[in-house]
Design a protein around this ligand. Structure first.
Ligand code: HEM
Ligand SMILES: [Cu+2]
Length: 586
């Protein structure tokens, strides 16, 4: 498809990937290209809108008028959080399903239909948002009823959600065919991760349709009344649910990329699978954290939803966050690429943007996004974060930094392994993840400071001092300056990724394999159980002295301790800040 590819298929439509040894079928590969490229276009559009949003919030520049700000912010949010992420996630399902299982994509025609519906939905959303006029409001991400948005916006959302739901069916059908042919074979971990992702996604999308279909009916007058509290509760099934999809897809990419590029193995299949199952049961409770300061829900509701059960998902995330570095450490030590405490890390391919983007994603997501998410999802601490710029700060650490980096890393390898093109840009490709990740990490941090330390509100084109009070936002100005400069840098880093991706497709040379990865593979073949992500039959012959968990993982253990210490310090600090919010007494 598109004629960009340099690969050829055999008579059955298969080819064998020289790097991953996966048997890849044309039907799946075509769809991965289609969805992947569309995702990158969405990233480009959303990134252009980021310029306007960031330069408005940076008061010194104050680019947009208040009436334009919300329109631009809406487009920014939908193109990045929804279109960039979801198109990429469908591609990831097909990689995790068809590619890893070595099968053709079942019902490929349905995938094409779904794609068309999603694209039409996205365009209708854009149209509705862009042409919105009073009394309609720019929807932002949440389109909170009863504030009205154009009917076309709700229609577009319904179409897009429907398309995304249908796009998962070919993946599920592929897995189903595999299980029917090999009932007793367990799914490879990456496929299993993709499978759990698809279930969580289906729940979220059905929740989204239950929210947005009645909202459309209300907007066009078929339903007289829409309950604001009902809307908010229902909306967050998709609003938060889509973040769960992002999280699971990202983790699946972490496993895939550290294995393919870094030579990681899975430290313990059972533990990793268990963590995916934990998500299945507990991650939905996370949606409640959006309503911690909502007057419509009762105390009991809040207490239950922030109870220990909610931490089931947190535990799962922590298991993955340490299983993956542990797998990298064990895998590299076994291939003779470790030594000392962190030798396995220093010797890693840091110049490879696929690798560095993945590792930066793990670190920045964990330290900046993960810890803050658990804190602000907690009832008491939520009060200091709620509706301040710290909230976008948190999710720019998770989705905009963590998930986006992981998807960029995967994107680099889609260019090589699916399109067969070498990256253009040389050293620029090497530094791109560092520029984007480094700058975006600081942007997120600044937004969090501005929100928690100064109470700067989110979703507001200007920072107004409160008339009649002595309260002034003046001291926040230096933080805004750092925010503005790093935001521009982050946008440049994102643009660089798009430029490298498009440039590689248009003028990149043929990708002929990578000596470093071939060497990894050769080292791995020296008496090993075979790549866990491949479709080869397993040969689990009991415990061998050579299995990953016979390797030292002390480097990862040190990281775990550092992470937990950071967690404790930040937690304590936030409680201290909370205790100082109200002056008690006269
Ligand atoms: C290129 C760098 C980016 C910059 C400089 C940036 C900047 C911003 C800023 C300043 C806001 C507005 C905060 C407010 O006033 O409430 C915002 C909102 C938002 N951004 Fe970004 N952003 C970037 C990338 C991303 C990415 C990659 C995603 C998603 C994957 C994303 C998703 C969102 C969402 C969902 C909102 C909230 C909209 C709402 O409140 O409804 N952004 N961004
Ligand atoms: Cu959430």
């Amino acid at each position: 498809m598109f004629g960009f590819s340099t690969y050829e298929y055999d008579d059955d439509g298969f080819r064998t990937c020289g790097v991953t040894s996966l048997r890849i079928h044309e039907s799946a590969e075509d769809m991965v290209k289609l969805y992947g490229l569309t995702a990158i276009v969405a990233l480009l559009v959303g990134g252009i809108f980021a310029i306007f949003v960031a330069l408005t919030r940076w008061e010194l520049v104050g680019l947009l008028s208040p009436s334009d700000f919300y329109r631009y912010l809406s487009v920014h949010a939908w193109y990045l959080l929804i279109f960039w992420m979801v198109f990429m996630e469908i591609a990831i399902l097909y990689v995790g399903g068809s590619f890893v299982l070595g099968r053709r994509l079942a019902l490929q025609w349905l995938s094409k239909v779904a794609y068309a519906v999603m694209v039409v939905g996205a365009l209708v959303i854009t149209y509705g948002t862009w042409t919105q006029e009073v009394p309609n409001q720019a929807p932002l991400l949440t389109s909170y009823a009863p504030l009205p948005s154009p009917a076309s916006f709700y229609l577009g959302v319904d179409l897009f959600l429907l398309g995304a739901l249908v796009a998962a069916v070919p993946f599920l059908a592929t897995v189903w065919r595999e299980k029917r042919e090999h009932p007793s074979k367990t799914l490879p971990l990456v496929t299993f991760g993709a499978f759990v992702t698809s279930i969580v996604a289906a729940e979220a999308i059905v929740g989204g349709l239950i929210t947005y279909v009645p909202t459309l009916f209300w907007r066009i007058g078929w339903i007289a009344h829409i309950d604001a509290a009902w809307y908010r509760q229902m909306y967050w099934i998709i609003g938060h649910g889509s973040q769960q999809i992002n999280l699971l897809a990202m983790i699946t990419v972490w496993y895939f990329m550290t294995h393919v590029v870094g030579g990681a193995e899975v430290a313990s299949e059972k533990v990793s699978r268990f963590a995916f199952v934990l998500y299945l049961f507990f991650i939905n409770m996370g949606a409640a954290h959006h309503l911690m300061s909502d007057p419509a829900v009762g105390l009991g509701w809040r207490l239950w939803n922030t109870s220990y059960a909610a931490y089931g998902a947190v535990v799962a995330s922590m298991i993955h966050a340490f299983a993956i570095p542990a797998g990298l450490e064990a895998g590299r030590r076994r291939k003779g690429k470790g030594g000392g405490l962190f030798g396995w890390l220093w010797s890693a391919p840091w110049k490879d943007p696929g690798f560095s983007a993945t590792i930066l994603s793990i670190i920045l997501f964990g330290f900046l996004g993960g810890i803050t998410g658990v804190m602000m999802g907690q009832m008491q601490l939520n009060m200091t974060w709620h509706n301040t710029l710290a909230v976008p700060g948190h999710f720019h650490a998770t989705v905009a930094t963590g998930t986006t980096l992981a998807f960029m890393g995967l994107g680099y390898y889609v260019i090589r392994l699916v399109f067969g093109r070498e990256w253009v840009g040389g050293v620029l490709a090497t530094v791109q993840p560092y520029i984007y990740g480094g700058a975006m990490g600081i942007v997120a941090l600044m937004m969090m400071y501005l929100g928690v330390l100064f109470g700067v509100p989110r979703r507001h084109p200007t920072v107004m001092n409160i008339p009649g009070t002595e309260f002034s936002f003046e001291p926040a100005a230096p933080f805004f300056a750092v925010f503005g400069v790093t935001a521009v840098l982050a946008i440049l880093g994102g643009a660089l990724f798009v430029a490298i991706a498009v440039g590689s497709l248009l003028v990149g040379g043929e990708f002929t394999g990578d000596a470093r990865i071939a060497a990894l593979r050769a080292a791995a073949d020296g008496g090993e159980r075979g790549a866990r992500t491949s479709s080869e039959p397993r040969s689990d012959g009991g415990e061998q002295a050579d299995t990953p968990h016979h390797q030292s993982m002390r480097g990862t253990f040190v990281f775990t301790l550092v992470f937990l210490a950071t967690f404790v310090v930040l937690w304590a600090l936030n409680w201290l800040l909370l205790s100082q919010v109200w002056q008690v007494g006269p």
